[in-house]
Write a protein of this length. Structure first.
Length: 115
């Protein structure tokens, strides 16, 4: 098992920035992939970005060039720096840990971008 504690969501104006953080705890294994997903009302949950233990990253096309994912393996923490936010980025953002044998999810943090 692993517990995920998210922080950093909130309300921001279009063009602004937010930084999300997610700290993992309670596990006894090396975390393979950490990432962020988001879900807007009426939409399916979608991948925003993820990063492997070795630092390889993957981004949704809609956030490339605006969002940056990073990871501190010593702290078991993943970050998502979000710049140039638009109202279309409004969603609940979920932290994810993905192992070959299972997935773990955080409770989600709301990000709201006003126009």
């Amino acid at each position: 098992q692993v517990q995920l504690a998210e922080s950093g969501g909130g309300l921001v104006q279009a063009g602004g920035s937010l930084r999300l953080a997610c700290a993992a705890s309670g596990h006894r294994f090396r975390i393979a992939t950490m990432g962020w997903y988001r879900q807007a009302p009426g939409n399916q949950r979608e991948l925003v970005a993820d990063v492997s233990f070795g630092g390889s990253t993957n981004y949704a096309d809609s956030v490339k060039g605006r969002f940056t994912i990073s990871r501190d393996n010593a702290k078991n923490t993943v970050y998502l720096q979000m710049n140039s936010l638009t109202p279309e980025d409004t969603a609940v953002y979920y932290c994810n840990v993905r192992q070959s044998w299972g997935n773990f999810w955080g409770q989600g943090t709301q990000v709201t971008v006003s126009s």
